[in-house]
Write a protein that binds this ligand. Structure first.
Ligand code: FES
Ligand code: FES
Length: 204
């Protein structure tokens, strides 16, 4: 048996270890050359982005996989929790927001893909605390029970009536075909939408 055989550190493993230390040293040097925020990005796998929501700029730190819905509710300060999370997989409409004025499911969009876009959430509809006609009529018609679907319906109805305040019940129903209400408040929702359309036509 040679001295090399008895040694817990062989020549080969020593050389490997020395290489690893050198590599770690150079990685540490590279990390030190990074700014604090770059180091956070490297270590956490997150990136800081800016979102334009309801006319305000929000800086949020998100992972590449973070949905717009998650960014709104959990990464904005203050949190924008008006947009509801229900299915989180594009089948219920509770998370509907406007992106560049188009109603979309925010659970199906990546936050990092929305940096150049204008986002409107249900919080952004009322101006100066004054509810919109759609919101007022939802209240007046008691068009909700648990309320989880309500912001999504308000957004879809708003988008529909902005295009056409004279939308018929069938057209409103079609515009809301991507929104589900498990409590079954559909009749009241559509009555509220028709009443809001009338108000909009009257310019009130
Ligand atoms: S939570 Fe997005 S569609 Fe249901
Ligand atoms: S009011 Fe409960 S899901 Fe619509």
């Amino acid at each position: 048996m040679t001295l090399g055989d008895r040694s817990p550190v062989s020549r080969r493993s020593f050389l490997k270890g020395a290489g690893g230390v050198a590599a770690a040293g150079s990685a540490l040097g590279a990390a030190q050359a990074l700014s604090a925020s770059q180091q956070v990005e490297r270590l956490s796998g997150t990136t800081e982005i800016q979102l334009d929501i309801n006319g305000e700029k929000f800086k949020v730190r998100v992972e590449p996989r973070t949905s717009l819905l998650n960014a709104l509710r959990n990464h904005c300060e203050p949190p924008l929790t008006g947009t509801k999370i229900v299915c989180d997989r594009g089948s219920c409409g509770a998370c509907t927001v406007f992106v560049n004025k188009q109603p979309v499911y925010s659970c199906m969009l990546l936050a990092v893909d929305c940096t150049e876009k204008k986002i409107t959430t249900v919080e952004g509809l009322a101006v100066g605390g004054k509810l919109t006609h759609v919101q007022e009529e939802f209240v007046a018609h008691d068009a909700l029970m648990c309320g989880f679907c309500t912001p999504g319906f308000v957004m879809s109805v708003t988008a529909c009536l902005e295009k056409n305040p004279k939308a018929t019940r069938e057209e409103i129903q079609s515009a809301c075909s991507g929104n589900l209400c498990r409590c079954g408040t559909y009749p009241r929702i559509f009555e509220a939408a028709l009443a809001a359309g009338k108000k909009l036509q009257g310019g009130r």
